[in-house]
Design a binder for this molecule. Structure first.
Ligand code: FDA
Length: 401
């Protein structure tokens, strides 16, 4: 059979692109080396798939997307909006609900989204080869140019090749560096991939005093970066045995660079210095007990710790000791040693350099070769932004096939 386009990677972006192109009358072959399609959709959003976010503003993508050029995604995001994906869901009778900050989740299992995408592919008469590995790709320039793929199921060719193989996160679910290797093979630039939306770890000895707080979750303001590049999130933080996690930390991890400190405010919106000063004037309770009215008591105990200057009733505390304690609550500075890596990262930041891609069609500087979804240097915030980029980039690409 002859194909107009081959899509490699049957995840969120690949399935959606193949379906859309098929429905536009293109003969599409979709190839994936895994046994099952879209494993990441299945496990996403705690099994309920946070499939998009209502707060996404395509006119200001830099608000919710990270990359060397966050404006790159503006065109695709404005041509395929969260509302359009919601309408598609509704046409398939899939019920959903909004959680915090515009995040939309399925009421039922994520499998509903996968079934919807497979039904859309069937509507577009998409041919699927799975599991099927691609061993080699060559470009033959004759007759307008064609991509020849050597696969487990034999050779196959098409004038257009779409790479939708995602990033390096969760290797046990079939992640590979195929997209980056192929980009380099055709002379395209790749921004060094790194784990993002990932828990942060700390050096063993330095972390020992905090390891006992594992399991504690609390709302914080968390910041990193310098001057204009400073980023801050107001979200929940979770102490773990090895470091810090929770939405606040996952979000900031996409901006954190090795060697940079984090600044954490454990009592956002509260003037801890003023509150402790006021307590000193009226209370004889121990400092840890007064602090526990402002932050969780486990944190209060840990922060007061063994310091003799703080083992006393608050009315007997030195102003300087209280000021230092308030500073450590409102501006705790700590430098992560690293991240939990691709095993735990929800996404991969970096990827195919947007300078070598068209923002309209996702076609690369190599004619007929497109890159969509997470393999591109576009990384969304936690909360449905990464799937919306997968749908929107797939849609923009399919329109050009
Ligand atoms: P995706 O990774 O989905 O698909 C890539 C496909 O390519 C896979 O099927 C893989 O098998 C295939 N492939 C790879 N290498 C290949 C090769 N060499 N040959 C053939 N096939 C190959 N996002 C969000 O917006 N909301 C959410 O709720 C979540 N939740 C979430 C939870 C967890 C645990 C993770 C790990 C990730 C999320 N995400 C998320 C992120 C989201 O899953 C991710 O951004 C998208 O799935 C990216 O879609 P892609 O289609 O680009 O890649």
């Amino acid at each position: 059979m002859n194909f107009d386009a081959i899509v490699v990677g049957a995840g969120a972006a690949g399935l959606f692109c193949a379906a859309q192109a098929g429905q536009r009358g293109r003969r599409v072959l979709l190839i994936d080396h895994s046994e099952r399609v879209a494993e990441k959709i299945r496990i996403s959003g705690g099994g309920r798939c946070n499939f998009t976010n209502r707060e996404l503003d395509p006119r200001a993508p830099q608000k919710h997307f990270v990359g060397d050029n966050p404006n790159f995604c503006r065109s695709a995001l404005s041509r395929y909006t969260p509302q359009q994906f919601v309408s598609l869901l509704e046409s398939h009778g899939i019920a959903y609900h909004e959680k915090h900050k515009g995040q939309l989740f399925c009421d039922g299992p994520s499998q509903q989204i996968i079934d919807m995408l497979l039904a859309e592919c069937a509507k577009g008469a998409v041919t699927r080869w799975q599991p099927c590995a691609v061993r080699d790709v060559v470009f033959a320039p004759e007759g307008g140019g064609v991509y020849r793929l050597d696969t487990d199921r034999g050779p196959v060719e098409a004038p257009r090749l779409v790479v939708a193989t995602g990033g390096l996160s969760i290797p046990q679910l079939g992640a590979s560096d195929f997209g980056y290797r192929l980009a380099r093979q055709f002379g395209l630039r790749v921004i060094a991939p790194r784990p993002a939306l990932v828990p942060l770890t700390f050096a063993g000895d330095g972390w020992a005093p905090y390891a006992a707080l594992a399991g504690l979750a609390l709302p914080v303001q968390i910041e990193t970066g310098r001057k204009k590049e400073r980023m801050a999130f107001l979200e929940d933080l979770l102490f773990t045995h090895r470091g810090l996690s929770g939405p606040a930390v996952l979000q900031i991890s996409s901006y954190w660079r090795e060697g940079e400190p984090l600044a954490i405010d454990f009592a956002p919106g509260t003037d801890v210095g003023a509150a402790l000063g006021e307590a000193k004037a009226r209370s004889r309770k121990r400092i840890a007990n007064e602090l526990a009215t402002l932050v969780p008591s486990r944190l209060a105990d840990a922060w007061v710790g063994e310091d003799p200057a703080l083992q006393r009733p608050i009315n007997e505390a030195a102003d300087r000791a209280l000021a230092q304690l308030s500073e450590r609550i409102a501006r705790w500075q700590i430098t992560p040693a690293g991240t939990e890596g691709y095993k735990k990262a929800e996404v991969t930041a970096g990827g195919v350099d947007t300078r070598d891609l068209s923002s309209q069609t996702l076609e690369s500087a190599q004619p007929g070769l497109h890159f969509i979804g997470e393999v591109v240097d576009v990384t969304g915030w936690l909360g449905g932004y990464n799937f919306q980029w997968a749908w929107a980039s797939a849609h923009a690409c399919a329109a050009a096939l």
